[in-house]
Write a protein that binds this ligand. Structure first.
Ligand SMILES: Cc1cc2nc3c(=O)[nH]c(=O)nc-3n(C[C@H](O)[C@H](O)[C@H](O)COP(=O)(O)OP(=O)(O)OC[C@H]3O[C@@H](n4cnc5c(N)ncnc54)[C@H](O)[C@@H]3O)c2cc1C
Length: 471
């Protein structure tokens, strides 16, 4: 429960319809896309603009009440679970595309704008906003920025961070800052724009973003390569890159994922294939033709059993949409689906695939693998049952070993889903104790009372000891 004076102040700022603390609203905002993570907030608020966010933050700061900003709650790291109670701030009412600047190829948007709707709007104006997380039909631009989300086009076009050129944000004490702008160059002081991208709501509340747009590619081709061996498919990924071809999309799906995606999307995929690569190239028509022919030759040299090119843009779209449904489709297999996000250098993707298989067998758990292979970003996904305590413990141990393997291969514990609650115990493995110290100092400078999304990013205890014991 919020203290009565704080509640009164928040209602005065937001009106009755901008403040909720009925049990249904609290339960609705107690969880997100992350399995097995839940905690009730004390209230939910719905600001309509930057001035309201600022006024709300001043109240929360004065009363020392935690706040968790929330887009659509699709994150997979427990990022919007209010683990220390307080207020969940839902950004959905701040959902305006403020403007598209055709002279500067830039867009200004509020954080609650839906990613897919924004990308479609930009496309209708003959421009291109590449970041395309598989959740884009539901996610918000604010959530994408706070998680620095990637997507199917990350390999060639980069991730959200590469398109955020300016931000407006509200600090813990309610002050409003502006960073960057419609500028291609800006070295005035520390790069606060880049610092806030990926900060998971722990440093400031993003209230407006300036995004870079680019001209769209002129041509596009999509192809599938099927394999009898997952390792061959993974090796093909490294070979394509080694041959200095950077496809727009280079996704891998293992056999269980192919099957569930095919059940879901009815594509008629060969269900006995052990792996599939979904590859798209775009650009100038001649370059696309040349690259697709070279990629096909590489796939065949790496023992692809079948290679086919989509016959029409509709077929290509169907394939990409099916890939985006992989997580949802896998969720139909068992009651609980835990999707992870280990990332390795692209040359190590085949080693990582082997390690995941070995670790899953060792712990006797079912882990399917798909992901943005061209980025070295795999999504090993455990299909399990949260009610089976023993199995969940085995899944957790398996994932700890998977993160360890990723780091040993020069990789990281998360490539795009963020740290949140679930990866916090592993962060030190990646950044070291000194790295944690530097990050905590930044957090303290922005948020001295630890009110912005507390309990995220930094764990009370690292899982380091487990690794040392095992080693
Ligand atoms: C089916 C599925 C597929 C997915 N595919 C991908 C994928 O391909 N690539 C990928 O990177 N991720 C993917 N995700 C993860 C998730 O969709 C992304 O992290 C997404 O960016 C979250 O957006 P959201 O609007 O739902 O944010 P939320 O989940 O609501 O919030 C995410 C984080 O951002 C913070 N936040 C939200 N708004 C603000 C704000 N205005 N200011 C400050 N902080 C804020 C929150 O506090 C939280 O820490 C997927 C998830 C699902 C369920």
């Amino acid at each position: 429960m919020l203290p009565e004076p704080a509640k009164r102040e928040l209602i005065a700022i937001l009106g009755d319809d901008g403040f909720k603390d009925d049990p249904q609203s609290l339960v609705t905002h107690s969880y997100d896309g992350t399995p097995m993570q839940q905690a009730l907030p004390d209230a939910v608020v719905y600001p309509r603009g930057t001035a309201e966010v600022s006024a709300v933050m001043k109240t929360l700061y004065n009363h020392r009440i935690p706040v968790v900003s929330r887009g659509s709650g699709t994150n997979l790291c427990g990022g919007t679970v209010p683990v220390q109670g307080g207020v969940v701030m839902v950004m959905h009412r701040m959902n305006r595309i403020v403007g598209i600047d055709l002279e500067n190829l830039a867009a200004v948007v509020q954080p609650g704008v839906n990613t897919k709707a924004f990308a479609a709007h930009v496309e209708s104006l003959g421009l291109f906003y590449p970041p395309d997380p598989s959740s884009m039909a539901v996610s918000t631009i604010g959530g994408n920025i706070a998680e620095n989300s990637g997507g199917l086009r990350g390999l060639k076009y980069g991730t959200t961070k590469d398109y955020v050129i300016g931000l407006e944000a509200v600090l813990a004490n309610g002050d409003i800052i502006r960073t960057g702008g419609k500028l291609m160059k800006d070295v005035a002081g520390y790069d606060l724009t880049k610092l806030l991208v990926g900060s998971e709501g722990t440093l400031a509340i993003i209230t407006e973003a300036t995004l870079k747009l680019i001209p769209p590619p002129k041509a596009k081709k999509t192809m599938l390569a099927m394999y009898a061996d997952l390792y061959d498919a993974a090796r093909t990924v490294s070979k394509i890159i080694e041959n200095r071809i950077i496809p727009a999309t280079l996704e891998i799906l293992d056999n269980p994922t192919i099957r569930v995606v095919d059940d879901f999307a009815k594509l008629g995929l060969p269900r006995d294939a052990e792996a599939m690569l979904l590859i798209e190239q775009d650009g100038e028509p001649e370059t696309v033709e040349r690259d697709i022919a070279r990629i096909e030759a590489i796939c065949r040299a790496e023992r692809a059993t079948e290679v086919s090119v989509a016959k029409s843009p509709e077929e290509a779209l169907k394939l990409l949409t099916a890939r985006r449904s992989a997580f949802t489709a896998l969720a139909r297999l068992r009651p609980t689906t835990i999707l992870e996000d280990a990332t390795v250098p692209r040359s190590k993707i085949a080693d990582m695939v082997l390690a995941i298989g070995r670790i899953a067998r060792k712990h006797n758990v079912s882990i399917c693998t798909f992901g943005h292979a061209g980025d070295g970003n795999l999504h090993p996904t455990a299909t399990t049952d949260a009610r089976d305590h023993d199995e969940v413990v085995r899944v957790e141990e398996a994932f700890a070993e998977i993160f360890e393997a990723a780091i040993e291969l020069g990789g990281t514990i998360t490539g795009e889903h963020g740290v949140g609650v679930v990866k916090a115990p592993f962060l030190e493995w990646k950044v070291g104790a000194a790295g944690i110290g530097a990050m905590k100092a930044i957090k303290a400078a922005f948020d001295p009372y630890n009110l912005l999304n507390p309990g995220k990013m930094f764990a009370k205890e690292t899982r380091k000891r487990v690794v040392l014991q095992r080693g």
